[in-house]
Design a protein around this ligand. Structure first.
Ligand SMILES: NC(=O)c1ccc[n+]([C@@H]2O[C@H](COP(=O)([O-])OP(=O)(O)OC[C@H]3O[C@@H](n4cnc5c(N)ncnc54)[C@H](OP(=O)(O)O)[C@@H]3O)[C@@H](O)[C@H]2O)c1
Length: 311
């Protein structure tokens, strides 16, 4: 199983990265240090997560102690929805860079296709907070970030197939990835194939089905709690989380499991030394129900809401 995938601009992305959404200040710095010590060379960040400064501290501690050089590690950030106007993109990336204390990121993503008004809350409660800035305009700002050397690559997140196609046919610099939810409850095989045909890699978020939300009404039951998958893991001397991450990587997906727990950070990286047999892959395939942890239905009336079509 390859540990890195090649992107369409010749750069490479490690197939396991550390997620940092809801990783609290006070814990995320240590999580980043633990991850780098274990061998992670990919950290997934975002301006919206409000913890990029602490992520940066963890990273710089590992650079200072000689474990890594800046160039060894792949750092992603994302622009949030309130800042989709073209002239806002470069300043927003510079803001993330100053928090991370970096000169460049490896990948900058448009976090969502939907724009919100600059004056609205980050998560508006009604349509008065929506803006109709076209994500193609945002993309021009993203291209400027590459030209200025502020990021090596640019990409999309939560874009459906039609939105990906619209960017691909109108861009000067092609997106290298589309980061979307991928776990056995929503395995995204159609979107993965669609993106692959356009030389775009899918990065899978919520790979563990956001297991801490289990039991909330209407929330899809995470596959890592499925007794069949737990039993499957015993056969390989692996945990259910390792089985699921191995399965997702075998679909060609880059996974970014989040954890602030050292033992889980180690566990989620130790997935390369086994292959699932045909029956186990078939079982995990059969778990697909197209159910999302992050359906964002509050925004279903937004002009650019992505989840109204099949994929
Ligand atoms: N682009 C987007 O719109 C978007 C949306 C959502 C997420 N993301 C990115 O994707 C990352 C991952 O998604 P996520 O954080 O939502 O969900 P996730 O990675 O599927 O699940 C994280 C939860 O699983 C727990 N966990 C981690 N490893 C485990 C293991 N081996 N066994 C059991 N439980 C385990 C974590 O607990 P502890 O931390 O307590 O160990 C945490 O509560 C995010 O952190 C973020 O970087 C992007």
């Amino acid at each position: 199983m390859a540990r890195v995938l090649k992107l369409n601009n010749g750069t490479q992305i490690p197939v396991v990265g550390l997620g940092t959404y809801k990783s609290p200040p006070g814990q995320v710095q240590q999580a980043v240090k633990d991850a780098v010590s274990v061998g992670y060379r990919h950290i997934d960040c975002a301006w919206f997560y409000e913890n990029e400064a602490e992520v940066g501290e963890g990273l710089h501690a590992k650079i200072a102690d000689g474990t890594i050089k800046r160039s060894d590690v792949f750092i992603t950030s994302k622009i949030w929805n309130n800042h989709h106007a073209k002239e806002k993109v470069v300043p927003m990336l510079k803001d993330s860079l100053s928090k991370l204390k970096l000169d460049y990121v490896d990948l900058y993503l448009v976090h969502w296709p939907m724009g919100f008004k600059e004056t609205a809350p980050s998560l508006p409660t009604d349509a008065s907070g929506y803006s109709d800035v076209d994500y193609l305009e945002t993309w021009e700002g993203m291209e400027e970030c590459v030209r200025l050397g502020l990021t090596k690559s640019i990409g999309l997140s939560n874009f459906n197939s039609e939105q990906v196609e619209r960017v691909v046919t109108n861009c000067k610099i092609k997106p290298v990835v589309n980061q979307v939810e991928v776990n056995p409850n929503i395995n995204q095989k159609k979107l993965i194939k669609f993106c692959k045909d356009r030389d775009i890699v899918v990065v899978g978020f919520c790979p563990l089905g956001r297991s801490n939300y289990a039991g909330r009404p209407g929330f899809p039951s995470p596959t890592i709690h499925d007794p069949e998958v737990i039993k499957m893991g015993e056969k390989y001397n692996k945990t259910a989380a390792q089985v699921v991450l191995n399965y997702l990587v075998s679909l060609g997906v880059v996974v970014i499991p989040k954890s602030v727990t050292k033992s889980r950070i180690e566990e989620n990286f130790d997935i390369f030394d086994f292959s699932l047999d045909k029956n186990d892959v078939a079982y995990l395939d059969s778990c697909n129900k197209n159910e999302r942890c992050s359906p964002q239905t509050a925004y279903k009336d937004h002009k650019y809401f992505p989840f109204s079509i099949e994929f």
